[in-house]
Write a protein that binds this ligand. Sequence first.
Ligand SMILES: Cc1cc2nc3c(=O)[nH]c(=O)nc-3n(C[C@H](O)[C@H](O)[C@H](O)COP(=O)(O)O)c2cc1C
Length: 305
Amino acid sequence: MSLKSTISGFLKKCLPLRYYKLIANGCIVVPAYYRNIIREEEACMNLAAENSLEKDLLLLRKYAHIIDKGLHRKDVTPGHSKSIYNALCETASRLKDSKYAGDPTYLWALDKINAYERLQESSGSFTPLEATAPTPSVSYEELFSLIRQRRSNRDFKQLNVEDSTIEQLIDTANWASSSCNKQPIEIFYTTNPDKAAQCLRCCKGGTGFSRFVPAFVVFTANIRGYVYPGEMSLPYVDTSLGAQNFFLAATTLGLSGTILSWAQKNRQEEEDLRRLLDIPSDCKIIFCAAIGYANTQFCTPARKR
Ligand SMILES: Cc1cc2nc3c(=O)[nH]c(=O)nc-3n(C[C@H](O)[C@H](O)[C@H](O)COP(=O)(O)O)c2cc1C
């Protein structure tokens, strides 16, 4: 062991993790206005470092995805990605008797383990994975028309939104692409207009809305699967892609969703919103949305080319 790693190991044992990290990373001085951002990101990284079933489930999808990619290659041969396969098997075994054992993604991951093992045992008879190409049921024109029809309206009819409708929309979110197939989106909501009004008050951009807001939705990403600092922006990417599915689907049901930024929230607003919708600390809030049936249809803002 080198002197550097001996000292590093010693400091890690003696110091609180926070101070150890500071020293280990060169005590870089950054402007104070980054303090909150760093504090929040550090809290996420610390949660992602902990072992949990939720982390296992997210990483299971990641490992299975990496194996799955290889199994689709026409030139697939045995002997590759052994370490990922081992990580996949270990993760799957931790989830085996958990509440996630019936999750479709867990079962899908087991299929990948089986296919990988078939490849190792009898590569001659292994056929690379392949599905049948879909026939899209909507045309480009229809889809583009829907994309243009989606609007951020802020004045809603006095009409409640059913929980089942929001659930239907939630189903669309994790069908978006996600980094390493982690499918991290978790959506919290209320269809109680009084509670929706309280939630809206937590958002600085919640201005110009009708008094009646039938539903309020919070888009979050479970951050336990983002284990490297370089992945810091991925929860935003993953969640935004899923949210667009949600809003397009809402448009097909005659509903309108208006995103509310969470970028300028303060500590109190964060605490209040988490309490109102029971949002756990491992779910990073990306943005919120007011949902309802438009009373006033907003004019379409022109688009640049
Ligand atoms: C990340 C993000 C944050 C937004 N924040 C707010 C907000 O706080 N308040 C609001 O009224 N609209 C907000 N919007 C909605 C935009 O104003 C709206 O999407 C934009 O004006 C284009 O209009 P359209 O959605 O009807 O096409 C936000 C949109 C995005 C993507």
